[in-house]
Design a protein around this ligand. Structure first.
Ligand code: HSE
Length: 311
């Protein structure tokens, strides 16, 4: 039996995110101005159907209890020890699925923030970060999706410790060009190709490059980003899953990008570029992927300072 009005309704906008940024594997991530939307309506228990999920803008997203936004909702209601009434979710997807721009984090964060609104915001940001990280497995995408800006997150025994940094000079002057080829790389597959142990030299290389990356942004030395976005912990292994990766990074830099890297687990490549050179760099990245017979879609995005919010 259908009741006329839901018990609760909200709509949440969640930003895309790019994780790793080269050397910051599982640690760094940044929010970008492209958004998925999660609309939640809760209906009285006994309402039929008990669960309804519609997805607009992407295929292959589960519309049953395996849906990530729904799982996040179940998780937050469980944490609140509240029974979950009948759920209606409408999800608008603009982020490429398994594309390297945080689509699974956006679903998790959308579900948690919508659920928290339904629970009268009883959970703090720190608690949301913890729940999101537990569901996703690492903090680098969920953090900027929740908090916005450029984030560094570390999983400790005492929970996730993080800093979100909203650098207005960086976001005013720099654009993120994201170039997505027409194939998917599931994150699990991209993690399976990584070695279980790394050489000490490579660990030091990445630690040094993360330090250089953050200092370069702080000191507005964007000319250092090309060097600073170097990585030895994941990109060299993932290059076989993303043919042309190193060529696309090199093409972006030749076209004037400050620096470029694989976005998350890929296959999207992200380049930080000045506003004026962004279109040029995007076309150069597209041409480089085309030499490997991939069609691409590129977008020129702003750095987003706000995390997921009801609107
Ligand atoms: N840090 C993660 C990875 C991001 O590179 O595997 C993708 O979920």
């Amino acid at each position: 039996m259908k009741t006329d009005h839901p018990l609760f309704k909200t709509r949440v906008r969640v930003p895309a995110t790019s994780a790793n940024l080269g050397p910051g594997f599982d640690v760094l991530g940044i929010a970008l101005g492209l958004f998925d939307e999660v609309e939640l309506a809760l209906w009285k228990a006994g309402h039929r159907p008990g669960l309804s999920i519609t997805v607009d803008g992407a295929k292959d997203i589960p519309t049953d209890a395996n849906n990530l936004a729904y799982r996040a909702l179940v998780r937050i209601f469980k944490a609140a020890r509240k029974p979950l009434p009948a759920v209606e979710l409408r999800i608008k997807v603009r982020l490429p699925v398994a594309g390297g721009l945080g689509s699974s984090s956006a679903a998790i964060v959308g579900g948690l923030v919508a659920g928290n609104a339904a629970l009268k915001n009883r959970f703090s940001m720190q608690e949301l970060v913890q729940m999101a990280t537990d569901l996703e497995g690492h903090p680098d995408n969920v953090l900027p999706a929740l908090v916005g800006g450029l984030c560094a997150g570390v999983v400790t025994k005492a929970g996730v410790k993080f800093v979100a940094w909203k650098d207005s000079t960086f976001s005013r002057n720099v654009r993120a060009v994201v170039c997505t080829p027409d194939f998917k790389v599931p994150t699990e597959k991209a993690r399976r190709v990584l070695p279980a142990r790394v050489d000490r030299k490579d660990a030091i290389f990445n630690a040094a490059h993360v330090a250089l990356f953050l200092s370069a942004i702080k000191e507005k030395r964007y000319d250092l980003l090309g060097e600073a976005m170097g990585d030895r912990l994941h990109q060299p292994y993932r290059a076989k899953l993303v043919p042309g990766l190193m060529d696309v990074i090199a093409a972006a830099r030749r076209a004037g990008a400050y620096g470029a890297a694989l976005s998350g687990a890929g296959p999207t490549v992200l380049a930080f570029v000045s506003h004026e050179k962004a279109a040029n760099a995007a076309r150069a990245m597209e041409r480089a992927f085309r030499r490997f017979r991939f069609n691409t879609q590129f977008q020129i995005l702003r750095i987003e300072s706000r995390g997921a919010k009801p609107f």
